[in-house]
Design a protein around this ligand. Sequence first.
Ligand code: 13P
Ligand code: SF4
Length: 307
Amino acid sequence: MNYNRKILDLQARAMKLKKEKNALVLSHLYQRPEIQDIADLVGDSLGLSQAAARTDNPVIIFCGVHFMAESAKILSPEKTVVLPEASAGCRMADMITLRGLREMKAKYPGVPVVCYVNSSAALKAESDICCTSRNAVKVVESVEGDTVLFVPDRNLAAYVATKTAKKVIAWEGYCPTHENILAADVKRLQREHPDALTMVHPECTPEVIALADRVFSTQGMLNFAKENPAKTFIVGTEVGILHQLKKDNPDKMFLFPTEKEQICPNMKSTTLQKVVWALEELEPQITVPEEIRLRAVHALEKMLAIG
Ligand code: 13P
Ligand code: SF4
């Protein structure tokens, strides 16, 4: 990637500060390219929480959204966890409240709750187990009984329901960025590129998922594109993933069906300048009340044990 002088200077500053502060910089695959390129690890939600749980670095700079940094703090409470842009939330996570989950649980007493990590610590604390897009099917299969409550993503829930015999009762949340991806646009690209393989994220609508050759987490898409000999891929997720896809596969083509809409504004609100400030000041820090953390950590650790 050809960066301008200002970006190169900021990157050099970030690399120096990382060493000085003994900080681990984690970046989600939807972050800006210039941030991904200074990170120690770029990955999906599962890979990043695994890294946060096992690191020895005393400081974690989490380039992603709030729930991701919060999960890191829940798993590593003794570490300083910094989210460079304090307002970087997740619009799906905001679609459910603790009260809403409690009402759902009251309606289905005794039914276990599987909570997508795209949720607040308070929600995780009220759930039996967490999942990410990579392990959702495995997690649902792991819980006892023939029914689960699944919060907050209705699309991931609907996808999981097609892969398990269990009944999946979903909360009606969704990711606006993934719902923006239109089946009509996917079909158009498939007509124009008949040899292309279509890989989509399970946060996409069932209509889009029905058109896909494969359904993956963001890391799953990276692995698949690298290993598969196909030369053209239609990609149903946030456009930030293109940076690693192109790095890994410079000779392959990646097409985004509703490209201008496949952007998560929250993920893009973190800038390289803010990452440098975060490294300098070790602010804004993520905190989780201990009473909530102690309950939420069970749900996350149960998920990590499944892998
Ligand atoms: P992944 O866990 O697949 O990276 O997804 C995270 C996310 O927020 C998708 O919108
Ligand atoms: Fe949340 Fe969607 Fe952004 Fe992922 S892409 S962080 S689910 S709003």
